[in-house]
Design a protein around this ligand. Structure first.
Ligand code: PGA
Length: 241
């Protein structure tokens, strides 16, 4: 695992964009795994800037997002589909048909989850996965649990996650209680992973990820077993390493 610490989240995000740009260079068909939350916003801004400047071409990119709230469709401003359109897809030359976010509104979540994994597999797997990390160590919405879940699945969100995400909703009661998330198998099969974490609020989770036991109570700790992970941290997130 490579750990890079930056003065600011902007510097870390530019470094993240650089890693993505080099991985995409000359690759042709490229499968990019994407994350939501506040963390990747400056990264997406930098990717959009490079795309606008003609440095980075998304015409052959197929994107797969990690997760979505159960019950919110893409027109809901707090849905992750809406977030991705708003923060990235509408600002780059990716074909909207090549952008994928799990559906949280289908009738059969289990079938939708299986179909999502099959689609990724048919693409040849994820070439590069962008991750954030939850205050509780989750990646995607793989919440602390007694086991690691391999496939895409439906999860009950923990109180910690509901508290962390209530800032995006009018009331805490409005935060969905369930989500559909890519599992650990999908994340671990990604050929390359970059994980961004900013702020003191992430310092404990980052420490558990790097120095703790590999334990499903800190889902991100499984990344210790991945052979190509780069952590891009600001000083505050790295302060407990
Ligand atoms: P954040 O969320 O980027 O909004 O802090 C990260 C996460 O929960 O994975």
């Amino acid at each position: 695992m490579e750990i890079k610490v930056f003065e600011t989240m902007q510097d870390a995000s530019v470094a993240g964009a650089e890693i993505i740009a080099s991985a995409m260079k000359g690759a042709g068909h490229f499968v990019l795994g994407l994350a939501t939350g506040s963390t990747p916003v400056p990264l997406y801004r930098e990717l959009a800037r490079r795309n606008k400047g003609g440095e980075l071409d998304f015409a052959s990119v197929h994107s797969y997002n990690l997760d979505e709230y159960v019950g919110l469709d893409g027109s809901h401003p707090q849905s992750f589909r809406y977030f991705m359109d708003d923060n990235l897809f509408h600002h780059i030359n990716i074909d909207p048909a090549n952008t994928h976010v799990p559906s949280g509104t289908g009738g059969d979540h289990e079938a939708d989850a299986r179909a999502y994994d099959e689609m990724i597999e048919a693409e040849g797997g994820i070439d590069l996965q962008v991750l954030g990390i939850g205050n509780n160590g989750h990646i995607g919405f793989n919440e602390p649990d007694s086991v690691f879940h391999a496939g895409t699945h439906v999860v009950d969100l923990t109180d910690s996650t509901i508290d962390a995400n209530k800032r995006f909703f009018e009331r805490r009661e409005d935060v969905p209680r369930h989500a559909i998330t890519l599992g650990m198998g999908g994340i671990m099969r990604a050929k390359k992973v970059i994980l961004l974490a900013f702020g003191a609020v992430k310092a404990d989770a980052v420490r558990a990820l790097v120095k703790g036991e590999v334990d499903p109570q800190c889902p991100a700790s499984i990344l210790q077993l991945h052979r190509d992970v780069t952590l891009l941290l600001d000083r505050a997130a790295a302060s407990k390493l």
